[in-house]
Ligand binder design. Structure first.
Ligand SMILES: *[C@@H]1O[C@H](CO)[C@@H](O)[C@H](O)[C@H]1NC(C)=O
Ligand SMILES: *[C@@H]1O[C@H](CO)[C@@H](O)[C@H](O)[C@H]1NC(C)=O
Ligand SMILES: *[C@@H]1O[C@H](CO)[C@@H](O)[C@H](O)[C@H]1NC(C)=O
Ligand SMILES: *[C@@H]1O[C@H](CO)[C@@H](O)[C@H](O)[C@H]1NC(C)=O
Ligand SMILES: *[C@@H]1O[C@H](CO)[C@@H](O)[C@H](O)[C@H]1NC(C)=O
Ligand SMILES: *[C@@H]1O[C@H](CO)[C@@H](O)[C@H](O)[C@H]1NC(C)=O
Length: 482
C-alpha cells in the first residue's frame, strides 16, 4: 500500500516536473558567456571518415542564444593546428570592430595554443544570425547558428511559435577541405565541387551511407514552427522547399520582414531567414529538400540534400515521400522573383532609409574569367555581397547595366529589406543605403568563398564621430599578436 502510494506520489511528481519543464520557454536558455574550443574531431559522412576542424567537437558548432540587446563574451581557445579567427556574421558590433574576426584586417589570427576573449555586442538585431571562422576555408566546418530572441519584455511580431528548429545548410567534401583550398589556390582554377550539401550536418536520404542519420523535424499537426535557417554553404546559393507545405518568411538577416508566403525559398551563402512552417497537412512524412541555384556555366555541386518532416501520431508513413518542387538550377527568374518580394516592416521596426546621400559609391563586382569582346554579352555570375559592421537597406536591384537617371526612380525608400548580405544579380546591379555610424575598419566581400579567395573584397574605413559615443571602444588587452 505504502509502495503504491509512494509510487503514485512519484508519478504525480514526475508528471508535474515534466509539465513544468516542458513549459519553460526556449527563450530563457540564454547565456552571457561561452567557451569555444577549436579542435579536430573525426566525422563519418558519405561512407568514409575524416578529421575536421570544429568548435567543441560539434558539426555544426554550438548555437549561441541571446536576447536582443545582450552583450556576451566568447572565450575562443585554439586547440587546432591552424591559425583561426571567428566572425559573428550580421552582428553589427557598435564601436567594437576588435572582435569582428577577418584575418589580418581587424585582427591577427588566434594561433594554435592561444586564446582570445571575444566580446559580442548585440544591438538592433533580432531573429537568426550565425558565427563562422574567417580564415582560409575553415568556415566549411567551423560555424553555428545565433538565435536572437525578443527582449524579455517583448514578443515576436507573429504568434509565438510552438517550436523552433534550426536548419543550417552546409557543404561537405570527402577530401580534407584544406587540400581542396590549397589545390584551388595553387592551380588558379575553380575549386573542386563539394560532394554533398548538408542540413544540420547531414546529407540526407539521397546520398550513400546517410539515410539513418537524416535530419528529422518532428512536428505536431496544427502547430506552427519557427525554422531558423542559415545558408552556411561555401559556394552555393540554394533553393529549398518542403513538399505539400508553404513556407512563410518573417525575417531576413535578423530583421523581421512583412510575412511572405512561398512554395520555395532562395537563400544566398551568408544569409539567414526566419521561416514559419505551418504543420497543416495530413500526418505523414514529407521531404524538405535543397539544391543549388547556379549560373555562369561553372561546375557546381548539383546534388540534392533532404531532411524529413515527420508528423507525430500513429499512421503508416510513405516509405519514400515525394520530393518538393524546386526551380531548375539556372532559374534566375525564380531566384529574383523571390528576392524581389522581400519587404521590411517600417511601422514596427523603424529603420529610417537614408534620403539624402552624402557619398555615392559606384563600384563594379566582376571576375575576369573569359576575354569578352565589345559586341558580345558575356556570362556573369551572381554575387552575394556581405558587409561587416552594418545592415543596409537594399533599395533596388535589376538586370543589365545600372542606369543612373532611370533606375533610382524605382527605388523602394519606404519598406526595403534591411540586410547584411545583398545578392547582386547575374549581369545586373544592386543599390544599398546605410548610415556610416559605426566607426571601425569593416570588411565587405562576396560570400561565395571561391570569389573571396580570388580577392573580391574591400574594406570601409569609418572614422570616429564627434561625440564620445561615436568613437571606437579601446581594443581588448588580449588581442592576438602577429
Ligand atoms: C523593454 O526593455 C528595454 C530595455 O531593456 C527598454 O529600452 C524598453 O523601453 C522596454 N520596452 C517596454 C515596452 O517596456
Ligand atoms: C579534385 O578533383 C580532381 C579531379 O577529380 C582530383 O584529381 C583531385 O584529387 C581532387 N582534389 C581533392 C583535394 O579532392
Ligand atoms: C500555398 O499557397 C498558395 C498560394 O497562396 C495556395 O494556393 C496553396 O493552397 C497553399 N498551399 C498550402 C498547402 O497551404
Ligand atoms: C550533375 O552533374 C553531372 C556531371 O556534370 C551530370 O552527369 C548529372 O547529370 C548532373 N545531375 C543533375 C541532376 O543535373
Ligand atoms: C537611361 O534611361 C533613360 C531614360 O529611360 C534613357 O533615355 C537613356 O538612354 C538610358 N541610358 C542608357 C545608357 O541606357
Ligand atoms: C599564423 O599566424 C602568424 C601570426 O600572424 C603568422 O606568423 C603565421 O605565418 C601564420 N601561419 C600560417 C600557417 O599562416
Amino acid at each position: 500500500m505504502l509502495n503504491t502510494l509512494s509510487s503514485m506520489f512519484y508519478k504525480e511528481l514526475f508528471l508535474q516536473i515534466l509539465f513544468i519543464v516542458s513549459f519553460i520557454p526556449l527563450s530563457s536558455q540564454t547565456k552571457s558567456h561561452y567557451n569555444f574550443v577549436v579542435k579536430e574531431a573525426r566525422y563519418p559522412r558519405l561512407c568514409s571518415t575524416k578529421s575536421i576542424l570544429t568548435v567543441n567537437g560539434k558539426f555544426p558548432g554550438p548555437t549561441i542564444k541571446v536576447h536582443k540587446g545582450d552583450t556576451i563574451f566568447v572565450d575562443v581557445y585554439n586547440k587546432g593546428n591552424y591559425n583561426i579567427t571567428l566572425h559573428w556574421h550580421g552582428v553589427t558590433q557598435p564601436r567594437n570592430p576588435w572582435s569582428d574576426g577577418p584575418e589580418y584586417i581587424t585582427q591577427c589570427p588566434i594561433q594554435p595554443g592561444r586564446r582570445f576573449r571575444q566580446k559580442v555586442i548585440f544591438s538592433v538585431e533580432e531573429g537568426t544570425l550565425w558565427w563562422h571562422a574567417h580564415s582560409d576555408w575553415s568556415r566549411a566546418t567551423v560555424h553555428g547558428a545565433i538565435h536572437i530572441y525578443p527582449r524579455k519584455n517583448s514578443t515576436y511580431p507573429f504568434p509565438e511559435p510552438y517550436g523552433q528548429i534550426p536548419i543550417i545548410f552546409g557543404e561537405w567534401w570527402k577530401s580534407d577541405v584544406n587540400d581542396v583550398y590549397r589545390e584551388f589556390v595553387e592551380s588558379g582554377g575553380t575549386p573542386n565541387s563539394s560532394d554533398a550539401i548538408t542540413v544540420n550536418g547531414q546529407p540526407g536520404d539521397l546520398y550513400p551511407c546517410s539515410r539513418s542519420e537524416t535530419f528529422r523535424l518532428r512536428v505536431e499537426q496544427g502547430r506552427t514552427y519557427l525554422l531558423r535557417v542559415v545558408n552556411a554553404a561555401m559556394n552555393l546559393m540554394l533553393f529549398f522547399a518542403i513538399s505539400k507545405h508553404n513556407l512563410t518568411v518573417v525575417g531576413v538577416d535578423a530583421m523581421y520582414t512583412r510575412p511572405m508566403t512561398k512554395d520555395y525559398i532562395c537563400i544566398s551563402p551568408g544569409q539567414t531567414m526566419d521561416v514559419l512552417l505551418h504543420a497543416n497537412q495530413e500526418p505523414n512524412h514529407y521531404y524538405l529538400a535543397a539544391r543549388a541555384y547556379s549560373t555562369g556555366g561553372v561546375e557546381f555541386d548539383n546534388t540534392t540534400t533532404t531532411a524529413r518532416v515527420e508528423y507525430r501520431g500513429s499512421y503508416t508513413p510513405l516509405l519514400t515521400p515525394p520530393l518538393p518542387y524546386l526551380p531548375n538550377f539556372a532559374d534566375t527568374e525564380a531566384a529574383y522573383d523571390f528576392f524581389r518580394s522581400m519587404r521590411g516592416l517600417p511601422e514596427k521596426y523603424p529603420h529610417q532609409v537614408p534620403k539624402h546621400i552624402s557619398r555615392h559609391i559606384l563600384t563594379t563586382v566582376s571576375i575576369n574569367t573569359f576575354p569578352c569582346s565589345n559586341d558580345q554579352s558575356c556570362e556573369g555570375l551572381d554575387h552575394p555581397i556581405h558587409l561587416h559592421g552594418f545592415s543596409f537597406h537594399v533599395v533596388g536591384f535589376g538586370f543589365g547595366n545600372f542606369n543612373k537617371s532611370k533606375d533610382p526612380m524605382n527605388y523602394n525608400l519606404y519598406d526595403p529589406p534591411f540586410m547584411n548580405t545583398a545578392t547582386v544579380p547575374v549581369n545586373g546591379w544592386a543599390a544599398i543605403r546605410f548610415w556610416a555610424t559605426n566607426p571601425g575598419v569593416w570588411f565587405m566581400h562576396c560570400h561565395l568563398e571561391r570569389h573571396l579567395t580570388w580577392g573580391m573584397e574591400t574594406v570601409f574605413i569609418v572614422k570616429n564621430g564627434k561625440s564620445l559615443d561615436a568613437k571606437l571602444l579601446p581594443p581588448p588587452q588580449d588581442m592576438p599578436p602577429c
